[in-house]
Design a binder for this molecule. Structure first.
Ligand code: NAI
Length: 366
């Protein structure tokens, strides 16, 4: 039986899946801002403007983190980043490019490992009014991706000329932790189904352990339907029956790939927000990368980072501001006059942002 949810649901106001991490209620809130590189600074500036237009007072601690600072510092995580995050514990982050097939280690990976940001949460929903191949069905799913291990262990070596090994690491501890977060989230949000994604037919020991952990946690949540999908079948289900999927609980690599696929269902990478959550820190960032092909052109879509900022505001306890920001973004999509080229419009990043701010400044509907 498909899980049908309300079409065009109200603003995303996801609570953090790790209930313990609540940022101290500073006024103004203190948030580390890492604009990143490529389109990062463009979407970060747009998002800061939108957050400020909600009226919430935020003190931004801006930290540069990009290929240049990495070259200067000689490591991917300068002390400035770690010191600021140690103090403020919460960040809004733009994308940072990673060289392909060589060069420095991924900044994102290093940050997630260093701060133990074990849960990567990506809510994927239709944008109101936006025509896509799937706009006739209600897509409202959340991907819970384990963020610290699997093939992202970074353990690769050359065994012999022409032969390399990459180690896929799966631990009981990390698998139980992500499964508990996903189920606790599903219970809190009234979600009805959690689907574990795996390839345990082939990777019997590693994905087998992941599945056993998911099953163990599932037994503690009898009201939530638990099932499993092999990752290739999950990819197919996502494009044939996306409305039936609810919470996807995944190891690292599968979640990474499926979340880009899922982003494609609702309009592309420019839209989908994300959060990296641990026990003590939280870093909010969009799903997309630094998009070097459009960097500097002023046409990047800031929706993904703005919606990540709405998750951040919820995390800070500013639920009303988060809802207002989400609603303003949705209104701009409904209006369809100021959309960026990736979603079929002709507006610039600044035009879209101005439109969001105008909606934020409108008096509340009588
Ligand atoms: P990408 O997301 O940067 O770009 C893929 C395609 O989507 C491009 O055509 C791009 O123009 C478009 N796109 C992405 N975001 C957009 C936006 N906000 N508005 C409009 N169009 C947008 O992915 P790609 O090319 O795989 O990666 C580029 C670099 O980004 C790599 O170095 C990668 O490592 C890095 N990356 C960083 C991430 C992070 O910092 N969290 C996440 C993903 C990739």
């Amino acid at each position: 039986m498909p899980i049908l949810k309300e079409q065009n649901p109200s603003a995303i106001t996801l609570p953090t899946p790790v209930a313990e991490i609540r940022h101290p209620a500073h006024r103004p809130h203190r948030v580390v801002l890492i604009p990143g590189d490529g389109i990062g600074p463009e979407v970060a500036e747009a998002t800061v403007r939108a957050v400020e237009a909600t009226g919430i007072s935020v003190e931004w601690e801006r930290i540069e983190l990009n290929a240049k600072t990495i070259a200067e510092h000689g490591g991917v995580l300068p002390n400035t980043v770690l010191d600021a995050l140690g103090l403020f514990r919460v960040a809004l982050k733009g994308p940072v490019g990673t060289p392909i097939g060589g060069g420095f280690q991924s900044v994102n990976l290093a940050l997630r490992k260093k701060l133990n940001l074990f849960a990567n949460l990506r809510p994927v929903r239709n944008m109101p009014g936006l025509k896509t191949r799937f706009s006739d069905v209600c897509i409202d799913l959340v991907i819970f991706r384990e963020n610290t291990e699997s093939l992202y262990s970074g353990l690769e070596h050359r065994v012999a000329p022409g032969v390399v090994e990459s180690l896929k690491v799966i631990t009981r501890k990390a698998s139980l932790r992500i499964a508990k977060s996903a189920f606790a989230f599903a219970r809190r949000e009234g979600r009805r189904r959690v689907t574990a994604i795996h390839k345990a037919n082939i990777l019997k020991i590693s994905d087998g352990l992941f599945l056993r952990c998911c099953r163990r946690v599932a037994r503690e949540y009898p009201e939530i339907r638990y099932d499993e999908l092999i990752v290739d079948n999950a990819a197919m289900q996502l494009v044939t029956r996306p409305e039936t999927l609810d919470v996807l609980l995944t190891p690292n690599l599968y979640g990474d790939i499926l979340s880009d696929l899922a982003a494609g269902l609702v309009g592309g990478l420019g839209i989908v927000p994300g959060a990296n959550l641990g026990e003590t820190h939280a870093v909010f960032e969009a799903v997309h990368g630094n998009a070097p092909d459009i960097a500097g052109k002023g046409i990047a879509n800031p929706t993904g980072l703005m919606q990540s900022a709405a998750l951040l505001l919820t995390h800070l306890g500013e639920r009303t501001a988060a809802e207002r920001l989400e609603t303003a973004i949705h209104d701009v999509y409904r209006e369809a006059r100021y959309l960026t080229p990736d979603v079929g419009g002709a507006a610039s990043t600044a035009d879209f942002t101005d439109a969001v701010i105008r909606h934020l400044e409108l008096p509340a509907a009588a």
